[in-house]
Write a protein that binds this ligand. Structure first.
Ligand SMILES: Cc1cc2nc3c(=O)[nH]c(=O)nc-3n(C[C@H](O)[C@H](O)[C@H](O)COP(=O)(O)OP(=O)(O)OC[C@H]3O[C@@H](n4cnc5c(N)ncnc54)[C@H](O)[C@@H]3O)c2cc1C
Length: 385
């Protein structure tokens, strides 16, 4: 079996769509990507790509191009939001390479998309920007890959996707030029400031010239789900007024921010139907607390292309779903449970959890890293996975 010469249309030019298009074209498929936006990656935001995602970038032949625009953090630090004190520290950098075989990377989303788009074009993919698809009935390709994101129209049209429910959590995201911050305010680590009902994640990107932030708050007021919904920095600062000096210093430098409502999407019974497959956020949207949504999209892309090539269209689509569903579902669940861990209210539960983490972090850092072996240690590009 082979997908050489098979015409495939990919709907959506995000991480899922571009990586799938590249993987398919590299195996000889004739691939077109239809993307509604007129430019790729317009929104300034960061993406952390764990070693399991780096494995896919490497297998796509994009390791060097991606490394050139990646930031390599020294660690992930969990800190108390009010005091700024360290609760736990996971060494990354070389420690990640030693443990999981590959580094932990951080990107500006536009940079990673540019690397993937270049890779796709080199593989022969036809990327058509400014091309919105209203119904899959308009597409005549042999295979249709719907990589149209968290608000996937194909999920609703073909897979009977049920409405999502607001989680009661919103995320502000944005970037800050490092030069607008006091020296040393943001180190070369991913920092999670944890407070009751809220947390703030910061990390540097683009050679340390820009800081990415994601600030999550539990609240009743609803917000929409999407990349382009602006909010005022004052609202963000008000929500985090209980944060300590470090948090205030960072948020005072915010000049522009976007608000993203976080939604629970019912698990889909199926990801494939006839000649159509969903990938990425279109089939398994997840809360951002494990930084794995885009990484799962990369894993999907690799497995989908490999299985179509190995088993042909009909069996390949079924094999893709069978292989990917259990892992993506596990990651969705793990991401959701991190919200509880980060947002514990003051009181005994918080004290016990933070003290326990601190002890493990100091006494047995490898035990803490070991909790992520199932996630970061997986390499879907190995022949037997
Ligand atoms: C606050 C926050 C922080 C996050 N941080 C991380 C992180 O650190 N690491 C990580 O791995 N993940 C992270 N994620 C998740 C990650 O952003 C998503 O999982 C990832 O972007 C999904 O990629 P995708 O290609 O499936 O969807 P998208 O990136 O949404 O791409 C979908 C594409 O389809 C296009 N499209 C949609 N409809 C149509 C149509 N009808 N016709 C044509 N084109 C269409 C859209 O314009 C878009 O370009 C985070 C998410 C959030 C909300």
């Amino acid at each position: 079996m082979s997908i050489k010469g098979v015409d495939i249309t990919v709907l959506g030019g995000g991480i899922a769509g571009l990586s799938a298009a590249t993987a398919l074209a590299q195996r000889g498929a004739v691939v077109t990507v239809l993307e509604q936006a007129t430019a790729l990656g317009e929104v300034g935001a960061g993406l952390q790509i764990g070693p399991n995602g780096v494995a896919v970038l490497e297998a796509l032949g994009l390791r060097d191009a991606a490394a050139a625009v990646a930031n390599v953090p020294e660690a992930v630090e969990l800190r108390d939001m009010a005091t700024g004190r360290e609760v736990a520290r996971l060494p990354m950098g070389q420690a990640a390479v030693r443990r999981w075989g590959r580094p932990y990377w951080q990107f500006h989303r536009a940079d990673l998309l540019a690397v993937l788009a270049d890779g796709a074009r080199v593989a022969g993919v036809d990327i058509r920007l400014g091309h919105k698809v209203d119904t899959v009935k308009d597409i005549s390709a042999s295979v249709i890959i719907a990589a149209d994101g968290v608000r996937s129209a194909v999920r609703a049209e073909v897979f009977n996707g049920q409405p999502a429910s607001f989680t009661g959590q919103v995320a502000w995201r944005g970037t800050i030029p490092m030069e607008n911050l006091p020296v040393g305010a943001v180190k070369n680590v991913a920092t999670v400031y944890m407070g009751p009902g809220r947390h703030l994640v910061t990390y540097p990107m683009r050679g340390g010239s820009v800081v990415n932030f994601v600030a999550v708050e539990e609240r009743d007021a609803w917000a929409d789900e999407g990349w382009n919904i602006p909010d005022t920095p004052e609202n963000l600062r008000r929500a985090f007024a209980s944060g300590g000096r470090d948090v205030q210093t960072i948020l005072n430098a915010v000049e522009e921010t976007f608000l993203w409502g976080l939604f629970n999407h019912p698990y889909l019974p199926h990801w494939t139907k006839d000649n159509i497959a969903l990938i990425g956020d279109a089939c398994h949207p997840m809360l951002p607390y494990l930084a794995q949504g885009a990484v799962m999209a990369l894993e999907d892309a690799w497995v989908l292309a490999r299985e179509l090539d190995r088993a042909g269209v009909a069996d390949g689509l079924l094999a893709y779903e069978r292989i990917r569903k259990p892992r993506a579902t596990r990651v969705q669940k793990a991401a959701a449970s991190n919200a509880t861990a980060y947002h514990l209210s003051s009181g005994p539960a918080r004290l016990v959890a933070h003290t326990g983490l601190k002890a493990i972090s100091r006494l047995a850092p490898s035990a803490l890293l070991g909790r992520f072996d199932w996630l970061y240690g997986e390499d879907v590009t190995k022949p037997d996975v």
